[in-house]
Write a protein that binds this ligand. Structure first.
Ligand code: GLU
Length: 469
């Protein structure tokens, strides 16, 4: 086991296999590695485990890098592509053969069948384990680790505690296949060692691999990292989350307009806690993150929780920062961002709108009236509020809006006194004004809309709404 390392020597890593999108579990693993490194002033490294050439794709690697970047998890140093270390993996395997800790296994299919554990023999030991010399020079062979026949392999996991495996139950597992490809349990050790990884934080589905990796560390005389296995994630129904089927994945959250910082907050709570704190900033998470806060029990997805956190993060955001996010969201969907004159209107809208929405998508929908094409298209259910009587009221209101001092309390007062003079209820005026300005029957308060759009735009929209068809 590793001697304690100083905070600044801490190196974590995220080591995804590029076989699909960045799923929720992967994003959470990356986040915990990132939080831990950032909380200690250490390093967070990224390694794409593309050794399985048949299943790895460049598109998946790209999608993972893109997902991490969107989530704001910056990594230190170059991205390591595992396949590029192939020569080094081979060298280390040769070194293990040299030292007698691994051996070439030329076993044929029949011999392999005979190797299956039976009776007293409780694990797979190849007949080549103790055979001196090589097989036929042209015969295919794999390389196996010589696992000790007795004793225990111990893992002291930071979350799951002390675990031990009886060596006699562990196979002489393959480290290099007969086609020359190295196996995961071997290369992960070589790469983690070479990258100086001090803490391996990953899903508990890898717990069963850990003794094999410890055996490789021991065979090489290398110091093990601290192992930190984090709990499973269940879906909303409490079933084990399957990467493909029920996992909404990071891309879905992004499409739904959940801000990245809300996703970070939500993912951090999947298996980690700091007292009863549910809503926190990333800065707080970095300050608070300790391995002791990790839990053993499975975490569960909760979409309502995510939406509620997203609403809180949006409401708490600085307007300028929120506008940047909204503009980015709009641009990703092929619309222009709010720039130039529209920027000022959007900045006036945000303090009001941000209290009402739970996603950038809703913010986008509710702010769309700002740059809606003129004349404003009226939704079918809103058209009834723009009948002849309503248009006549608007015609009367127009000159007053042209004259008035354009300030919120003054506009408020004008609308009320106008209703008094014309002897109509407030709604009788507010609804047609709202429909004329936004095309919708329901939206913000009327004075808010007037203030956001400004006099010129308001007058233009109302004139178009009352113009004969
Ligand atoms: N490449 C492995 C995976 O995606 C991760 C291995 C590890 O973290 O050790 O599951």
């Amino acid at each position: 086991m590793r001697a304690a390392v100083s905070a600044a020597e801490i190196v974590t890593r995220f080591a995804p296999s590029p076989t699909g999108m960045l799923h929720t579990g992967g994003a959470r693993t990356a986040l915990f590695n990132w939080l831990f490194a950032r909380s200690c002033g250490g390093q967070f490294r990224l390694r794409i485990e593309d050794t399985d050439r048949a299943r790895s794709t460049a598109e998946a690697a790209e999608a993972i890098l893109d997902g991490l970047t969107w989530l704001g998890l910056d990594w230190d140093g170059e991205t390591v592509f595992q396949h590029a270390n192939r020569k080094r993996h081979r060298e280390v395997a040769e070194q293990l053969i040299e030292s007698g800790a691994a051996y070439k296994c030329f076993a044929t299919a029949e011999e392999l069948a005979a190797m299956k554990p039976t009776g007293d023999v409780r694990s797979t030991r190849s007949p080549w384990r103790d055979r001196a010399g090589d097989g036929h020079p042209d015969a295919p062979y794999c390389i196996r680790l010589k696992v000790p026949l007795s004793g225990f392999t111990v893992v002291e996991d930071a979350v799951f505690g002390h675990m031990q495996w009886q060596n006699e139950l562990l196979d002489d597992f393959i480290i290099i296949r007969s086609d020359g490809d190295p196996t995961y349990n071997f290369v992960v050790v070589v790469d983690d060692h070479d990258m100086g990884v001090s803490h391996v934080i990953r899903g508990d589905d890898h717990l069963a691999n850990t003794p094999k990796q410890c055996l490789v560390y021991a065979a090489l005389g290398w110091v093990e990292p601290v192992f930190v296995h984090i709990p499973l994630i269940l879906d909303e129904e409490g079933r084990k989350l399957s990467k493909r089927a029920d996992d909404p994945g990071l891309e879905q959250y992004r499409q739904d307009g959940i801000p990245a910082r809300a996703v970070r907050n939500y993912l951090a709570r999947l298996g980690w806690s700091h007292g009863d704190d549910d809503f926190f900033t990333t800065g707080q998470a970095i300050e608070w993150f300790r391995l002791e806060g990790l839990r053993k029990s499975p975490a569960r997805l909760d979409r309502r929780k995510l939406d509620s956190l997203a609403g809180q993060h949006i409401a708490a955001a600085e307007d300028a920062e929120l506008l940047t996010e909204l503009n980015q969201f709009r641009c990703e969907r092929g619309s222009d961002g709010f720039e130039g004159d529209l920027r000022a209107q959007a900045m006036r809208a945000l303090p009001v709108l941000k209290q009402r929405v739970k996603s950038l998508r809703e913010l986008d929908e509710q702010s769309a009236f700002i740059d809606a094409p003129r004349p404003i298209a009226v939704l079918p259910d809103a058209a009834k509020f723009l009948g002849q009587d309503a248009k006549e009221l608007l015609l009367l209101l127009l000159p007053e809006l042209t004259e008035v001092d354009w300030r919120e309390p003054v506009l408020d007062e004008l609308m009320r006194s106008f209703c008094g003079r014309e002897n109509v209820g407030f709604g009788k005026l507010a609804r047609p004004v709202r429909v004329a300005l936004t095309g919708r029957a329901a939206s913000l308060g009327i004075t808010d809309i007037l203030m956001i759009l400004g006099r010129e735009e308001v007058l233009g929209r109302i004139r178009e709404a009352v113009a004969p068809a």
